[in-house]
Design a protein. Sequence first.
Length: 185
Amino acid sequence: MSNQYNIGVIIGSLRADSYNLKVAKAITKLFPSNFTFKFIKIADLPLYNQEADQNVPAVVADFKAQIKASDGIIFATPEYNRSMPGVLKNAIDQGSRPWGDNSWDSIPAGILGVSIGNISTAIAQQHLRNSLAFLNMPTMNQPECYLKWYEGMVDEQGNISPKSKDFLQPWVDSFVKFVNHNSVN
């Protein structure tokens, strides 16, 4: 019998029609049945302020509990101004604080990103990797997953196009092995 894995998914965009959200939802269909997914929302998190460390807001405490309940995390992020979006960095900071209560610690991570630009999300992902290394999150290095959005990448039923499925399935298969090998929950 296979282990059951609960994977948290964090989208680095707040846009309702986010390409990263569409792709993240679609790739969940490529995983084996023993993987379940919880899309962890970051839109309601307040801006991190160290003064709140003594009295963590309920929305932050709930966010941190969802992270800690995950056997792995998938980050799907756009790239803003050659870096990760501010809302994603804020979520990372909220999950790592107060000092000594790092919710991200030891949880395996996978990163992917979708953009309309030719370099996709390469720089945003590198900046995200730097933060995840500091937070002690084992992060899957290969294969990397940078996607240039095109019309039809995700169809009306929420499925990945055959062209993109051929590219994404190896990433999914590698993440399955990575989580199986690195999960501590």
